[in-house]
Design a protein around this ligand. Structure first.
Ligand code: SF4
Ligand code: SF4
Length: 355
């Protein structure tokens, strides 16, 4: 395992060199919130933010994406024939992504890149991206990553992990992609002694000890799906939900989308747009029938998908990395940690519906 030291004095010069071969993305502050944006020339990511309001999922999976184009002009030989839209899949790097958001791409990949089904748009964008993570040393009070299969120094899904030591970043190289990026930035010159690994381990333990929120997930797999579906607590859990969809939009592991054709004159685009299982129209049939016609149905679907259907289908844990965004953003304070515990403990005698 190679670990390099990047002096903060060399940080922006390295980013400048990187910008010659990568499109760079990072957290920047806009109005009162941080979000991931493409960095214009000379702009550095703001690595002092705790976490961004929206996750960086749109860098791989845009909120609105043109997939195919076509012409309705019958004088053209290729009218009504779908063609792939030219999209920029050149190398890009996300600088300062948090470990939870990097792991989230792996969870989403279980759905978008499977042996049976491959989403070429998602896969190309993901493969073009190098993930340079920033370890968290002061996690938010709403974070519960350590019990959601992740952690503040978690490495899964990252190409490089940066650890802020004050005057410098320690850069742990995790993949060949990561090594290539450090080379392109000129940050691969100052290796640090083996003792640095010990220092990182101590910082990791300190960061993990600051996370007090948790979820229990040990019984989710064994509980019968139909019994959980019919559990009495859904009425109470969904009572205050206003189906705004915020929780799904801020979430790095939610992937629902809708496909729509948008015509202008005689030319058209087939678009993929984020959608949300919290919206009534998401499941509305052409007949007018809606199999998830009430908010109870929709709230139950979101949690059953994350903590039961995904768990059963992929056997890789829950579809949540514990970033806490939905906890912070829900306008009516529906707390996923409590719902996860209600589900996990259902039938064990430890359930409570008390707020
Ligand atoms: S953010 Fe809260 S109120 Fe809005 S859809 Fe999600 S659970 Fe419901
Ligand atoms: S469900 Fe909530 S806590 Fe879990 S990954 Fe999504 S936004 Fe983060």
């Amino acid at each position: 395992m190679k670990i390099f030291s990047i002096s903060k004095d060399n940080w922006s010069d390295g980013l400048g060199s990187l910008a010659e071969s990568y499109r760079l993305f990072g957290p920047v502050k806009e109005a009162e919130f941080h979000n991931f944006k493409e960095l214009e020339k000379g702009r550095t990511p703001d690595l002092n933010c705790l976490n961004t309001r929206l996750s960086p999922k749109s860098i791989i999976y845009p909120q609105s994406e043109a997939l195919l184009e076509y012409s309705l002009d019958e004088s053209r030989e290729d009218h009504h024939i779908m063609r792939e839209v030219d999209t920029d899949y050149s190398s890009r790097a996300i600088i300062g992504i948090r470990p939870c958001d990097a792991k989230a791409f792996l969870l989403v990949g279980h759905n978008f890149d499977t042996p049976e089904y491959k989403d070429p748009y998602w896969i190309r964008a993901y493969e073009a991206t190098t993930l340079v993570g920033l370890a968290c040393d002061s996690p938010c009070s709403s974070c519960f990553c350590t019990t959601a299969g992740c952690g503040p120094f978690h490495e899964e899904g990252l190409d490089v992990l940066l650890i802020d030591t004050g005057d410098a970043y320690l850069a742990k190289v995790l993949t060949d992609k990561g090594e290539k990026l450090l080379q392109a930035a000129g940050w691969n010159t100052s290796t640090v002694p083996e003792a640095a690994a010990q220092e990182i381990d101590t910082m990791k333990q300190e960061a993990e000890s600051k996370i007090s929120a948790s979820v229990t997930t040990d019984r989710l797999k064994q509980i019968d799906a139909t019994e959980l579906y019919n559990a009495p607590f859904w009425e109470e859990v969904s009572f205050s939900c206003i189906n705004c969809g915020t929780c799904t939009f801020v979430c790095p592991t939610c992937w629902c989308f809708d496909i729509q054709d948008e015509n202008r004159g005689k030319s058209g685009l087939r678009m993929r747009n984020w959608d949300s299982c919290m919206y009534p129209l998401f499941t509305m049939h052409g007949t007018g029938h809606n199999p998830r016609g009430t908010k109870l149905h929709r709230v139950r679907q979101r949690f059953m998908h994350k903590f039961k259907y995904y768990v059963d289908k992929y056997d890789v844990g829950i579809q949540c990395v514990g970033c806490g965004r939905c906890v912070r953003s829900c306008p009516v304070n529906i707390d996923i940690r409590r719902v996860c515990d209600l589900m996990n403990n259902y039938g064990s005698g430890e359930n409570t519906c008390a707020a």
